[in-house]
Design a protein around this ligand. Sequence first.
Ligand SMILES: [Zn+2]
Length: 57
Amino acid sequence: MSGFLGDKSKKIVHHLANKKSACDIYHIDMKDREYFSPDTLDNAKSKYYETCKFCIN
Ligand SMILES: [Zn+2]
């Protein structure tokens, strides 16, 4: 199970363990999904992702 999922089209990263219905992650296209290695928020931010306002404070 991954901790974080990136939406490449919007450049927003979600925290899967804390996901909300407002995140709407099931509508992210498969080709737009990015998983991180290492699976950390800092790594996502280093790839210029913004944090989701619903699942990451
Ligand atoms: Zn989210």
